[in-house]
Design a protein around this ligand. Structure first.
Ligand code: GAL
Ligand code: ZN
Length: 667
């Protein structure tokens, strides 16, 4: 059903912004650029349904036919991302309300309350109409459902949501007693007597009940997911059976990508790396690519949007340096994507995003450096068909769940935790060592992994702990960090020394912790060397674990900081603090090596690597130099043929500044 035997290349296409003469030029330039896929109709609701129930599809028919004639596939949007002004006028109850209790006003996009019944019905109706009309159209390869759910409105505090929250809780807990127990309301006199007592958690006098806040985040995720599911149902009910996806936006923490992936044929991401972050910027991109691929648990995924150069929405919008449109596009291929796409095909003339770059700039194509790079990639991708069907196979997993992040972000903790960024050092350690990894949901299978890393896995259920125990017992290696296994899935602490459920596996018991004041550090003594550590220090007791490192400063000097425990036939490491990045990176590399997991290559920093392997066992190595200086790479015995220029490469090589190498490996 899903043909991923070539690299899909293209972008968002908004023909409604242009006259039909320009459409014809677009077709010529798409062919010239090697474009074979566009997303169409994303914000076309007002044009497709200018008045309630009155549809105007003729222009869409014409452009679809034109694209088809020109060999361009379409990811057809359901066009529901931005309800038209008539909808907002007729349905004032659908206006979203911010945390301060004030309503937003129409005039931008994504203007709807996630629980608005009128919006859900209108969006489903339009999705159904689209699917009925285009479900068999030969150009329509996929459905692009809505657009970036939750990007602007991922919470709402309107009366409709208040009511829906009560209903959602009633469904979840069935009885008020159960809710009181789970929420721990025997505190500050918060016990509720009836469902109607429950309010939304905004504008509170002091700290809110953490379990209520967590449930609110779950509820909002579910409310948006219900909108997605309603559109899916409408598409399928109309008999359209093309594969479908919705594109998530990079940086958004509010939607549980693992859960949403269950309803999509491919996962999809919109990626807006800040070029101003220089040669480190690729690590942010790598993180989101790995996450998007991992949501789908091995399914192919799409890079649906990125920019060819500037965006319009940062305080200062930097250009992408020459060569980096290409390096950031190849990053998607290095990490397993099936497509490289941009927002947008042609830079707009008017509207809020007219200063946003496109594949065709305002300048035009002749002599344009952007279009030249765009064209170069289009030509190169035709040589990479084999790569498209190959997948990433990782033996290392980082345990990651959105609920865990949501729980960590709730206030009144030992310290205000920037949970999202606190995971990064553990992730960076792996990518800096060129070791492939997946993010793994703690409820998913661990079988394919040899090493699991659990950074700040704050929440842990009985069942999850049991599966981790079995993983180690049967030979796996677990590395768990500070502030893990502290609570159940509802903000209730596991008593008896943290992390209570895994004390035996780790051979330790944490008694207290010292979160560091900003900028503070301590020193670790590790086999007679001294390493800086930061963020946090657990004060722990070992039971069966061996001590790898101790603190050397402050009142807890001499106490264990890093430990190692044999459990069953596996090994469990514990890090009670965050060691300096260089050391951490090497440490994780040696932990992986104990399990036979080796780096793909050895390379200068800011070389990114990915390995894709096909069902036939053939592999392709993607190497990217993200720095503006030459980079050394040692292939560690691998050799192969460069797919872009047929060079045969063995052992050592130098990558030019901002260059890529795609190597078909020979075994
Ligand atoms: C995305 C969005 C696009 C466009 C783009 C600009 O988040 O899906 O429609 O707004 O950002 O960078
Ligand atoms: Zn609402």
């Amino acid at each position: 059903m899903l043909d991923v035997n070539k690299i899909y290349y293209g972008g968002d296409y908004y023909p409604e912004q242009w006259n039909e003469e320009i459409w014809r030029e677009d077709m010529r330039l798409m062919r010239e650029a090697g474009v074979n896929l566009v997303s169409l109709g994303i914000f076309s609701w007002a044009k497709l349904e200018p008045k309630p129930g009155q549809y105007q599809f003729d222009w869409l028919d014409r452009i679809l036919d034109l694209l088809h004639t020109n060999g361009v596939l379409v990811a057809l949007a359901t066009a529901t991302a931005s309800p038209p002004p008539w909808f907002s006028r007729l349905h004032p109850e659908s206006w979203p309300v911010a945390a301060d209790g004030l309503s937003y006003k129409p005039g931008s996009r994504q203007f709807y309350c996630p629980n608005s019944v009128a919006y859900r019905e209108a969006a489903s109706r339009l999705a159904g109409e689209m699917a009925r009309r285009y479900g068999k159209h030969p150009a329509v390869w996929m459905w692009h459902v809505n657009n970036e759910y939750g990007c602007h409105v991922h919470e709402c505090y309107c009366p409709v949501c208040a009511q829906a929250f009560q209903e959602w809780l009633r469904e979840r807990y069935k009885s008020v007693d159960v809710l009181n127990d789970v929420w721990g309301t025997a505190f500050w006199s918060l016990g509720i007597s009836t469902w109607a007592d429950i309010q939304l958690p905004n504008r509170n006098t002091s700290y809110r009940n953490p379990a209520q806040v967590l449930d609110y985040r779950r509820f909002m995720n579910q409310s948006l997911l219900n909108l997605f599911k309603a559109e899916i149902d409408a598409i399928r009910a109309a008999g359209a059976d093309q594969p479908l996806f919705t594109n998530m936006v990079f940086g958004l923490k509010e939607l549980d990508g693992f859960e949403w992936a269950k309803y999509q044929d491919v996962t999809a991401i919109d990626m807006y790396i800040n070029p101003a972050n220089g040669k480190q910027a690729w690590k942010e991109g790598a993180f989101w690519h790995d996450l998007t691929r991992s949501w789908g648990r091995g399914k192919p995924y799409l890079l649906v949007e990125q920019t060819t150069s500037q965006v319009n929405w940062r305080t200062v919008n930097s250009l992408k340096a020459p060569g980096t449109i290409r390096t950031f596009s190849y990053q998607a291929l290095a990490r397993g994507a099936s497509s490289v796409m941009f927002f947008q095909w042609r830079a707009s003339r008017s509207g809020a995003e007219k200063y946003h770059a496109g594949m065709i700039p305002h300048y035009g194509v002749d002599g344009s450096r952007i279009f030249a790079e765009v064209k170069q990639m289009g030509a190169e991708f035709t040589r990479l068909e084999k790569l498209a069907s190959q997948r990433i196979h990782s033996e290392v997993g980082i345990l990651f769940s959105y609920e865990n992040i949501w729980a960590l972000e709730i206030d009144s903790k030992p310290a205000q935790l920037d949970a999202w960024n606190m995971l990064r050092p553990w992730y960076h350690a792996l990518i800096e060592q060129n070791i492939p990894l997946d993010f793994v949901h703690p409820d998913d299978g661990f079988n394919q992994y040899k090493v699991l890393i659990a950074p700040l896995l704050y929440q842990l259920s009985d069942a999850q702990a049991e599966r981790l125990r079995r993983f180690v017992q049967t030979g796996g290696t677990l590395l768990m960090t500070y502030f893990s296994g502290i609570t159940d899935l509802n903000e209730r602490i596991w008593l008896g020394g943290y992390p209570a459920l895994l004390q035996d596996v780790l051979g330790i018991k944490v008694e207290e912790w010292q979160p560091f004041q900003p900028g503070d550090t301590n020193l670790l003594s590790v086999s007679n060397t001294s390493i800086k550590c930061s963020h946090w220090a657990d004060l722990l007791h070992t039971t069966t674990a061996k001590v790898i490192a101790t603190y050397t400063q402050d009142f807890y000097a001499g106490r264990p900081a890093l430990t190692k425990n044999q459990f069953g036939i596996g090994t469990a490491y514990y890090a009670g603090t965050l060691p300096a990045q260089n050391w951490l990176s090497n440490w994780i590399c040696s932990i992986c090596a104990e399990q036979g997991v080796k780096p793909l290559v050895k390379a200068d920093p800011n070389v990114e690597t990915g390995l894709r392997t096909g069902t036939d066992g053939a592999s392709t190595l993607v190497l990217i130099n993200h720095a503006n200086e030459p980079a050394q790479v040692n292939l560690l015995g691998k050799h192969g043929r460069s797919l872009l220029d047929d060079r045969v490469i063995t052992d050592e090589l130098v990558l030019d500044p901002y260059d890529v190498l795609i190597l078909e490996l020979e075994s």
